[in-house]
Design a binder for this molecule. Structure first.
Ligand SMILES: Cc1cc2nc3c(=O)[nH]c(=O)nc-3n(C[C@H](O)[C@H](O)[C@H](O)COP(=O)(O)O)c2cc1C
Length: 502
């Protein structure tokens, strides 16, 4: 191989010289193409970093080229309607159609093989009814809360300005405002683009962006000031996130421009690390006292925390402590390990944390056992996209749901799998101003609104098919294999844990 490259290079150089000499001088122009290829080839032969290019100095580039467009090749030529990852083409298309407010029906029957273990279905009723038009809302706010919030059953999950473009954030917020649901800021603090009129859940991560001291600790004064903003309806302390539980974050110096630094309250053009855990939270009472502090500083707005369940014993200890100290959150957001992220190490996305459904059943049962279920609302996130998924989460113990990636689809995400490169072609998960311009805010805000409205309408239609009027009436028994859904907990939790919650 090595010698054949040199032979081919010498042969071509001589051939062009001969053609130019004997036939026509214009053959010399061919050197414009050949010489750069020869130089590239020679360079690749001597470089020591890329084995493929050392062995195949020119053809080797095709490998890199195809590798770089492998998600597109998969999606356009290989993927079937039912097997795209993480979301199938059918699921993405459902969001696109609902967001565009066009026909969201599906032709010719199911494409799923129903004769498998995975088949999930609702048991509808002989006495199906018209869907009720009175859309359910859920009040979040325990007896400790002074400013309860009435939430929709579907809301926008945490995604920061910085991981999403400013146009994406504005479109989401305006859609939320029109549809009467909330928009979680993500841990990157409240940007100007979040203030388009939509209700906000302000998320506080371990970096305390927007409320941090110079050395990265929590700043109560700054927190109180921002929490007083009327747009902020609830506060969410992020303990962990399903896609990367127990992993911190990095804001690279290159992304930390003047604007982001101002919003997050950090020094511009420096690399900022968010630690894996909260500095002062080392035991259950620390977390609960922090929640109490946030509640007081926000003058009684609902305060909750988000976690992906890992060690169940720790969660049980925490709930026990809630009872003992009489301090509990107004809500707990349970994020499944199947949840999305802008960027995370593969090991964390694939191998850390519990999936949503068993975690949800566990959290619901534990709160019930300690008599706190009426006080603490449960919010579920993790691949919530269809009306069916909302009802299933409801049946397993969630009061309401958050969705991140379905709302990304609604504003044009094509699942290009480039969120971690800043090169999102749809302008959604990028800070590149040129790419972000692809999103026309007003148009996409309408789609956010439509997606939410049509999905909630589909929830009501499914309830109607079951002869029900309200999401509260849905139970696990109304699902095919409902008992197996509950038995899921046994698969994940050892007897010692189950004995404590049963
Ligand atoms: C681009 C992107 C950014 C995210 N940023 C945050 C964040 O700042 N804080 C957080 O708690 N979760 C974050 N998440 C996780 C989501 O809020 C949510 O928990 C998770 O994606 C599960 O929902 P999904 O399956 O509907 O996407 C992010 C997810 C995505 C896709």
């Amino acid at each position: 191989m090595r010698h054949s490259f040199y032979k081919a290079a010498v042969f071509l150089v001589l051939l062009i010289a001969a053609l130019a000499f004997y036939i026509d001088h214009s053959w010399l122009y061919a050197y414009l193409v050949i010489l750069p290829l020869v130089f590239t080839g020679v360079y690749n032969r001597v470089q020591g970093k890329h084995a493929i290019l050392r062995n195949f100095p020119i053809l080797g580039y095709f490998r890199y080229m195809f590798e770089s467009i492998s998600p597109e090749i998969q999606q356009y030529f290989i993927e079937r309607n039912t097997d795209g990852k993480p979301f199938s083409r059918n699921h993405r298309a459902l969001v696109y159609r609902r967001a565009k407010n066009v026909n969201d029906t599906h032709p010719f029957g199911t494409q799923h093989d129903l004769d498998t273990e995975e088949y999930e279905a609702l048991r509808h009723s002989i006495y199906a009814t018209e869907p009720v038009t009175d859309i359910p809302r859920v009040t979040i706010g325990s007896s400790k809360c002074l400013q309860p919030y009435s939430a929709s059953v579907l809301n926008i999950s945490a995604m920061s300005y910085g991981s999403l473009s400013k146009n994406a954030i504005m479109a989401l917020n305006k859609g939320a405002q029109k549809g009467g649901f909330y928009h979680n800021t993500g841990e990157g603090s409240i940007s100007d683009y979040h203030l388009m009129g939509g209700d906000l859940v302000w998320q506080i991560g371990t970096g305390y962006f927007g409320c941090r001291t110079e050395d990265g600790d929590f700043d109560p004064g700054k927190f109180a000031e921002k929490a007083a903003n009327a747009a902020v309806k609830m506060i969410e302390l992020k303990v962990s996130q399903g896609a990367k539980p127990g992993h911190g974050g990095v804001l690279p110096a290159a992304k930390n421009n003047e604007e982001i630094a101002r919003i997050r309250g950090v020094k511009p053009h420096t690399t900022i690390l968010s630690p894996p855990g909260h500095r002062h939270v080392k035991k259950p009472e620390d977390l609960l006292h922090f929640i109490q502090q946030l509640r007081e500083l926000s003058k009684g707005k609902p305060v909750g925390f988000k976690l992906c369940v890992g060690r169940t014993e720790e969660f049980i200890d925490l709930v026990e402590k809630m009872k003992e100290l009489e301090i509990w959150p107004d809500f707990i957001t349970v994020d499944g390990a199947e949840g999305g992220t802008g960027a995370a190490p593969l090991e964390f996305s694939d191998f850390v944390g519990l999936p949503l459904e068993p975690a949800l059943i566990f959290v619901h049962r534990t709160l019930e056992k300690y008599g706190l279920r009426n006080e603490v609302k449960i919010i579920a996130s993790g691949k919530v996209l269809s009306a069916f998924s909302i009802l299933r989460r409801r049946a397993l113990g969630a009061d309401i749901c958050n969705s991140a990636r379905a709302f990304m689809f609604s504003i044009g995400c094509i699942q290009a799998l480039r969120c971690n490169t800043n090169k999102c072609p749809a302008g959604v998960a990028t800070t590149d101003k040129m790419l972000a311009k692809g999103i026309v805010v007003e148009d996409k805000a309408e789609r956010v609104y439509n997606f939410h409205r049509n999905t909630v309408h589909a929830v009501m239609e499914l309830l109607g098919a079951c002869g029900l009027k309200h999401t509260d009436e849905i139970t696990i028994e109304m699902f095919v294999k409902g008992d197996e859904m509950v038995a899921l907990t046994n698969k994940y939790f050892p007897d010692s844990v189950l004995n404590r919650v049963e």
